[in-house]
Design a protein around this ligand. Structure first.
Ligand code: FAD
Ligand code: SF4
Length: 470
């Protein structure tokens, strides 16, 4: 073990991995960051102060052992770091890429304000990417197999995390998904410039080798019934996400040229991956003036996908200011660099056009008192209406719960906004009102983050293990 340089954080500044050339970046659907070299990653990891009370670890929703794996990386022990990283996180290479670290681990790093936080996310991504390239695989040799089987509905991060913990405890998880590939929104939502599809394809191979079974192109409630699952399995976990698009509730939302964000993003993924069933599904914005409505991660992904498709212009209108945007700061910076024009404090009141979109009518807003989530409410300024010209409008206002009709029949309670009721603080973590059914991720907490879905999937697996008395 080499001696720790206690002044590393002063001598070596925070350095994010180099981004690809801007021209290449805006033409291609590939990740924009170059990988760290071994030397760079060791230098960055060594900046960690090893605080007695690691705030980063508390702020990370899965409570990764961050200082411990940073130390292993600084010493060059990548395989040990990968083993440790997988003790708390089922998809560390994904979180390293897509977590809003500025609001989570890195935002809590002691070095954050004065010296620049340790680049925790990029080190986390490096660990698994490098370990896999070196041939590392999770080792399940010591796992005692049981004859228990759990059905998992949804191959998104919540379902995959639940499967990961179950299989490591000798239970066979069988994961059902209506889509042809695993990943949920990681595959059919988040674009390649944040997360290349090969990342999930490698994970699928790993999971299969670990003993996770996948039944894809299978919708529960249509191709297979919940009755079948409840009869054939010892427990069921639901990680089905939220898929009802929020609407603005203003005139013109049904004009030709107005699209919900997710169909636009998914059609783009399907085209890029050769998964398109029908060429008419593809939504092209090439040569068009695009206006994106919203300020979250989905809006940023629409902005940057439009740039790459060759839109004539891309304008993002958001009703609060930049400070109060829900999306990751990093992605706003990336979007701006790639040529997206931001209009802050603009609230859409109508989409205008004669049969098809011609523009978006917006009013300027001022921020008033904070709402129940602490975000300041936008108040329209009278007489401030203007029209932003547009050929295409992409609506990215977020998602609402989309409870299945069969929940009622199976005694699965939902709350006032349609979310499935399943809580951590009870005898069996994330158990629903049907004792054999557990749930987690966006369908329980509302649209949130990959890492929170992973946490709930992992915790629900612990709840299932307790319920099965294993
Ligand atoms: P999902 O990922 O939605 O997975 C649910 C799965 O269940 C899907 O595969 C679906 O097909 C399947 N399913 C549903 N019903 C059935 C059924 N009846 N039968 C079979 N299968 C079914 N989070 C971040 O942390 N960082 C980001 O940068 C980020 N960017 C995002 C960008 C976009 C465009 C979107 C939409 C979301 C983004 N998020 C991001 C949020 C994140 O993707 C979600 O919070 C996370 O994927 C939720 O995981 P989940 O497993 O609960 O659900
Ligand atoms: Fe940070 Fe997310 Fe990794 Fe936790 S999982 S250490 S929050 S990047």
């Amino acid at each position: 073990n080499k001696a720790k340089n206690v002044f590393q954080f002063v001598e070596v500044g925070r350095k994010d991995p180099v981004k690809k050339d801007l021209h290449a970046r805006t033409q291609q659907f590939v990740e924009i960051y170059q990988p760290y070299t071994q030397r760079e990653v060791a230098g960055q990891a060594d900046r960690c102060l090893e605080c007695g009370n690691p705030y980063c670890e508390w702020k990370c929703p899965v409570h990764n052992y961050i200082p411990n794996w940073l130390k292993l990386v600084s010493e060059g022990n990548i395989i040990e770091a990968a083993e440790l990283s997988h003790q708390t996180n089922s998809l560390p290479e994904v979180c390293g890429r897509v977590c809003p670290q500025d609001r989570l681990c890195e935002g809590a790093c002691t070095l954050n304000d004065e010296f620049g936080a340790v680049t925790i996310g990029n080190v986390e991504k490096y660990i698994t990417d490098t370990a896999l390239a070196l041939g590392w695989k999770p080792n399940l040799d010591n796992v005692q197999k049981t004859d228990r089987k759990v059905a998992i509905i949804g191959a998104g991060p919540a379902g995959l995390a639940c499967a990961d913990v179950l299989v490591r405890n000798g239970v066979t998880p069988v994961v059902f998904d209506r889509y042809p590939e695993i990943g949920g929104l990681l595959t059919f939502g988040i674009p390649e410039f944040k997360l290349e599809k090969s990342v999930m394809q490698k994970r699928r191979a790993l999971f299969e080798e670990m003993g996770v079974e996948f039944c894809l192109n299978t919708e529960i409630g249509r191709d297979v019934s919940m009755d079948d699952l409840l009869r054939d399995y010892d427990a069921v976990f639901m990680g089905m996400g939220t898929y009802k698009y929020m609407k603005g509730g203003f005139p013109g939302e049904d004009l030709a040229g107005v699209y919900d964000a997710l169909p636009f993003l998914v059609s783009n993924v399907n085209r890029n991956m050769g998964w398109e069933k029908d060429a008419d599904e593809f939504i092209s914005v090439r040569g068009k003036r695009v206006v994106v409505l919203g300020g979250g991660d989905t809006a940023m992904d629409c902005n940057r996908t439009s740039v790459r498709q060759g839109a004539r212009s891309v304008t993002c209108a958001y009703r609060r200011d930049e400070e109060n945007m829900p999306g990751s700061r990093r992605e706003v910076t990336n979007a701006r660099e790639e040529g997206v024009n931001f209009l802050f404090n603009r609230q859409p009141v109508a989409i205008v056009g004669d049969g098809k979109v011609e523009g978006v009518k917006v009013v300027t807003t001022e921020l008033g008192e904070p709402d129940e989530r602490g975000r300041r409410r936008p108040q329209p300024v009278p007489g401030s209406e203007e029209i932003i010209p547009a050929d295409v409008v992409l609506v990215a206002f977020g998602f609402q719960a989309s409870p299945a009709e069969w929940f009622v029949q199976h005694g699965i309670d939902t709350n006032e906004w349609g979310g499935v009721v399943a809580e951590e603080e009870q005898q069996y973590r994330f158990q629903t009102s049907n004792p054999k059914v557990f749930a987690g991720g966006d369908m329980v907490r509302g649209s949130d983050l990959v890492v929170t879905a992973i946490w709930e999937g992992r915790q629900a697996a612990e709840g299932i293990l307790d319920y099965l008395d294993l």
